[in-house]
Design a protein around this ligand. Sequence first.
Ligand SMILES: [Zn+2]
Length: 109
Amino acid sequence: MAARKLHVKKNDMVMIIAGKEKGKSGKVMRVLPEKERVLVENLNKIKRHTRATRTNAEGGIIEREAPLALSNVQLICKACSKPTRTGIRVLENGSKARFCKKCNEIVDK
Ligand SMILES: [Zn+2]
């Protein structure tokens, strides 16, 4: 099976467009292509209660990000600062880059 084209990458700024965190934005920490999910810094946090262990003597509550569905996030364009859909454009040097469908600027630089 061919690799699915992903519209977001690590370190992109994205906005959540659906779900309980809708309208919030953050930086992509990790993309999980096989699960079609993405981890966004400080968003969609879940609390986990942990017991004291040898490495975590206190135990208690740990907060961590839960992955979001890729279809629920949109890239925030650096040029127009809006969440947008992206297209793929072939540059003069033959490499491919994503462009913003709102303002037409290349997003990958
Ligand atoms: Zn734009």
